[in-house]
Design a protein around this ligand. Structure first.
Ligand code: ZN
Ligand code: CU
Length: 488
C-alpha cells in the first residue's frame, strides 16, 4: 500500500519506550502524530530521513528541571533538545516562576534566585498568566508544570523562619487551586532549603490539599538526603498517604561520607512502601550536585566548583579552593565574598549513584540549572551520559531499559498521555540517534557542549534540532496530566 506522510523516517531501529526489544521498521508521521509504523517502503514523505539502522526512540522526558524561565528566555531550549529531550517537567524543588502575586523581595530569596537572580521574571501574578505566556510564546519542547511551595511561601509568608499561619496556609491553598485549574500537574516542595525548613509536614499536607481533587502529583526535594534520609522518605510517604496522591522523590541520593553505601537501604525502604502507595523516583547520573553556594554544603564536600557569582563573576567555573588561595582568605570568607553564588558539590559515592541509576523504577531527570554562568554538566549531558557512559561503556543496563527510564516510565508516572512511546496514534515526539557514538560532550571543565550522536529531534511532528543546531521551530505545548489513561 502506498501512503503519503508529512515526515517519513526510513530504516530505523525502533526502541519504542516500553522496554520491549528493538525492531526494524519505518515511521510515518502526519501532523503531530505517528500515523504508521511498519514496512513503508512503497510510501512517500514530504520530508524523508533515512536512518540506515540508527535508533529511533520516543523523545526523552526530563523528569526534573528548572526550565520555568528558560522556556521564555531561550525558547530554542538548546541544552535540552541537543540531548534528545522533547518534554521537560519544570517547577521542581519547591521553586516555580509562578505565581508571584506580590513584588518579589530584593535580593531574590535563595533558592528562587536559581531561576532569576535579578527578579525581573517573577512577574506572573497567577499561574494562569504564566501558562498563557507559554502558549503565546511556545518553546521548542513540551512542558509539564509544578507549582513550588517555596515560591508560595515567599509570596505569602512574611517570616520564613516560622510555620505558615492558618491564614497564610489558606492563601497558599488558594494559589495551588488556581495553579491546578490553570493546568499545573502538581506541587513541588524543597523542604531542604532555608525558606521552607520551618514548614512542618502538616503545613505541606494542608497546602497540597487541593491535589486530590485534580488528580495531581506531589514532588519533593526532601528535607534531608543525608543522615536522616529514611525519616525524610517516611515524611514524603505520609504526605502522599494523607493527601491521597502519588509522590515523586526528586534526585534520590545519599549524601556524605558517613552515608556511603546506604542507597540500598533507601531503595529497599522505597520498594517496601511502593506496595502500599504510588511512589516514583528520579535521579541524575553524576556524583556531584549543584545548588546555591553555602558554607555547610561546602564543608561536607570533597571538592567545590563555583558555578556563578554575582559579586565576583570572573570566578565562575573555578574551584573554591583555588579561589580562596587567590584571595588569600579562608573558604568561608571566600564564600561570603562570592555570594550570592552557586556551587557544584562533589559529595556522592559513585557506587551509590550507579545503584540508584540502574534500579528499574528510577527515572532520569537532569536537575540542570540553565542560568548558571558555568553550569553543572548535567544541564547539557545527563541523557546522553546515561546512554553512552553508563549504558554502552559501563553496561549498567541494556539500551531498551535506559530508554524506558527516560520515556515510557516517565510518561506513565507523570500521566502524560500518548507521550513517551513510539506507536501508531501517539504524538510524534521522536529522537533519532547513533547508539554507538551517543554520549555527553559537556564536562565540569567545559560544561556547555551539545551531546555527541544525537541526529534529529522531533516535537509534535516538527524538527527542532538537526545538523547540530536548533532549527528555530517552537512547537512545544503545555501538557496536562491524565492520571488514569496512560500505558507504557
Ligand atoms: Zn532539588
Ligand atoms: Cu532540582
Amino acid at each position: 500500500m502506498q501512503e503519503t506522510f508529512d515526515l517519513l523516517i526510513r530504516h530505523a531501529s525502533i526502541v519504542d519506550g516500553t522496554g520491549a526489544p528493538r525492531y526494524a521498521g519505518d515511521i510515518g508521521v502526519r501532523g503531530d502524530r505517528i500515523a504508521r509504523i511498519g514496512d513503508l517502503a512503497a510510501s512517500r514523505g514530504a520530508v524523508e530521513i533515512d536512518l540506515a539502522g540508527r535508533i529511533a526512540a520516543p523523545g526523552f522526558i526530563d523528569a526534573h528541571t528548572h526550565d520555568d524561565r528558560l522556556m521564555l528566555s531561550s525558547p530554542d531550549m538548546a541544552p535540552k533538545v541537543s540531548q534528545g529531550i522533547t518534554t521537560v517537567v519544570a517547577g521542581n524543588c519547591g521553586i516555580s516562576l509562578a505565581p508571584m502575586p506580590r513584588p518579589i523581595p530584593q535580593p531574590v530569596t535563595p533558592p528562587l534566585n536559581l531561576l532569576d537572580e535579578e527578579g525581573g521574571w517573577f512577574t506572573f501574578p497567577t499561574f494562569a498568566s504564566y501558562i498563557a505566556k507559554l502558549r503565546e510564546q511556545p518553546a521548542a519542547t513540551n512542558c509539564a508544570l509544578l507549582v513550588g511551595h517555596t515560591t508560595l511561601r515567599v509570596a505569602t509568608v512574611d517570616d520564613l523562619g516560622k510555620p505558615a499561619s492558618p491564614e497564610q496556609i489558606g492563601q497558599m491553598r488558594a494559589l495551588v487551586r488556581e495553579a491546578l485549574e490553570a493546568g499545573a500537574i502538581g506541587v513541588s516542595t524543597g523542604l531542604f532549603y532555608e525558606p521552607s525548613v520551618a514548614a512542618p509536614c502538616e503545613e505541606v499536607i494542608d497546602v497540597c490539599g487541593p491535589l486530590k481533587e485534580f488528580d495531581g502529583i506531589y514532588c519533593t526535594h526532601m528535607r534531608d538526603e543525608a543522615d536522616r534520609v529514611i525519616d525524610s522518605l517516611e515524611e514524603t510517604f505520609r504526605v502522599g498517604r494523607e493527601v491521597g496522591v502519588p509522590v515523586v522523590i526528586s534526585h534520590l541520593k545519599v549524601v556524605g561520607e558517613a552515608n556511603k553505601g546506604r542507597s540500598k537501604e533507601a531503595l529497599s525502604f522505597i520498594e517496601k512502601n511502593m506496595a502500599n502507595q504510588p511512589i516514583c523516583v528520579d535521579c541524575y547520573p553524576y556524583t556531584a550536585g549543584s545548588t546555591v553556594l553555602s558554607a555547610d554544603r561546602a564543608a561536607s564536600s570533597s571538592r567545590v566548583i563555583v558555578s556563578w557569582s554575582k559579586a565576583l563573576p570572573e570566578y565562575a567555573g573555578q574551584d573554591l579552593d583555588a579561589i580562596a588561595k587567590k584571595l588569600g582568605v579562608s573558604q568561608e570568607e571566600a564564600i561570603r565574598r562570592l555570594s550570592p553564588a552557586g556551587g557544584i558539590y562533589f559529595r556522592l559515592d559513585e557506587a551509590d549513584v550507579q545503584t540508584i541509576l540502574k534500579h528499574d523504577k528510577v527515572m532520569i531527570g537532569s536537575d540542570g540549572l540553565p542560568h548558571d554562568a558555568s553550569p553543572h554538566p548535567r544541564l547539557w549531558g545527563s541523557f546522553p551520559r546515561v546512554l553512552g557512559h553508563y549504558g554502552r561503556l559501563l553496561g549498567l543496563f541494556p539500551l531498551e531499559m535506559a530508554i524506558y527510564k527516560m520515556t515510557g516510565l516517565t510518561a506513565k508516572n507523570f500521566g502524560l498521555k500518548d507521550r513517551g512511546v513510539l506507536r501508531e496514534g501517539a504524538f510524534a515526539d521522536i529522537t533519532l540517534f547513533d547508539k554507538d557514538t551517543v554520549d555527553e560532550a559537556a564536562t565540569y571543565e567545559k560544561p556547555i557542549a551539545p551531546a555527541r550522536g544525537i541526529d534529529t529531534v522531533i516535537v509534535n511532528g516538527v524538527v527542532v534540532w538537526g545538523g547540530g543546531k536548533p532549527t528555530g521551530a517552537h512547537p512545544g505545548r503545555v501538557l496536562a496530566r491524565e492520571a488514569q489513561a496512560v500505558e507504557a
